[in-house]
Design a protein around this ligand. Structure first.
Ligand code: FBP
Ligand code: MG
Ligand code: MG
Length: 340
């Protein structure tokens, strides 16, 4: 840390201060949510540190590689899952966890139980790990009605019932984006301080963007509206400029860019995957929640994404999310198809 840098101010808005400020607006609050969040933040710092060393795995014996002693190490996604499961249970504030990595939901034992259910994708974009491209963690938080008897119905709820959602992107910097239902804020990890600092206050997505983001390799299997929309992005007939295609293949990174620059991210249904690829509870819902809180929209091809009621914890859904006007165009194409 550069102690000489007087630019470095101790009045910075750290995520801890931010959450405590929010808490003070609710005098009735018991601080449970702040404690839960501090455990999620710690989990993100752990995973960030492991991701930063991923390229050295062979040398120093880290995730997914055989180390110099010939011992098999845990894969980064398995490790990340363990980090978050431990962090969440030890918070004492959770009663149900749903992770992409675990087939079944985890019901927290009574002595460690709290009021919240957390759904999460501990490491999203895992196909990008080995080439050092941005990956992330996605999470959503529900409040449980009957803490004494939590059931799967407590998490099989529409996304609009989430209290909070966010993601942490392990990219060229480590960025945590969070909404507690009153807008969206972004925090960047200062590695020398070990603190997330508020760097992107009150994020608002532009109403219309110049970028579309989709895996075009699936184009031959798309439905009519998706095909028409992408065609319009490339060859607009109204005299406007074409949109640029950007696709990383990590939802966190593709959505983060969409949130900051505007445009649209789509993972549509196709003939091979009629429900699309992305998971409702811990991919589609948290990102849709953030998009709406930032002034954008999220649509499944049939309805507002946050109105969906999942029937299974690992259910999938097509998703179109991003700038308000771009998603509006997609909605119009689906509505026109319904009339045909
Ligand atoms: O390779 P595809 O089919 O374009 O899929 C990319 C999508 O798959 C994902 O990697 C799925 O997430 P996981 O890595 O958590 O399984 C998303 O991050 C991304 O948007
Ligand atoms: Mg994922
Ligand atoms: Mg994953």
């Amino acid at each position: 840390m550069d102690h000489a840098a007087d630019a470095y101010r101790t009045d910075l808005m750290t995520i801890t201060r931010f959450v405590l400020n929010e808490q003070s607006k609710h005098p009735e609050s018991r601080g449970d949510f702040s404690i839960l969040l501090s455990h999620i933040v710690l989990g993100c710092k752990f995973v960030c540190s492991a991701v930063n060393k991923a390229g050295l795995a062979k040398l120093i014996g880290l995730a997914g590689e055989t180390n110099v002693q010939g011992e098999e190490q845990k894969k980064l996604d398995v490790l990340s899952n363990e980090v978050f499961v431990k962090a969440l249970i030890s918070s004492g504030r959770t009663c149900i966890l749903v992770s992409e990595e675990d087939e079944e939901a985890t019901f927290v034992e009574a002595s460690k139980r709290g009021r919240y259910a957390v759904v999460f994708d501990p490491l999203d974009g895992s196909s990008n790990i080995d080439c050092g491209v941005s990956i992330g963690t996605i999470f959503g938080i529900y409040m449980v009605k009957h803490t004494n008897e939590p059931t799967l119905d407590d998490v099989l709820q529409p996304g609009k019932n989430m209290l909070a959602a966010g993601y942490c992107m392990y990219g060229s910097s480590c960025t945590l984006v969070l909404s507690t239902g009153t807008g969206v804020n972004g925090f960047t990890l200062d590695p020398s301080l070990g603190e997330f600092i508020l760097t992107h206050p009150d994020i608002k997505i532009p109403n219309k963007g110049k970028i579309y983001s989709v895996n075009e390799g699936n184009a031959k299997n798309w439905d009519g509206p998706t095909t028409k929309f992408v065609e319009k992005c490339k060859f607009p007939k109204d005299g406007s400029s074409s949109k640029s295609l950007r696709y990383i293949g990590s939802m966190v990174a593709d959505v983060h860019r969409t949130l900051l620059y505007g445009g649209v991210f789509l993972y549509p249904a196709d003939r091979k995957s009629p429900s699309g690829k992305l998971r409702v509870l811990y991919e589609v819902f948290p990102m849709s929640f953030l998009m709406e809180q930032a002034g954008g929209q999220a649509f499944t091809g049939k309805q507002r994404a946050l109105d969906l009621i999942p029937k299974k914890i690992h259910e999938r859904s097509p998703i179109f999310l991003g700038s308000h006007d771009d998603v509006e165009e997609i909605k119009a194409l689906y509505a026109a198809e319904d009339k045909e």
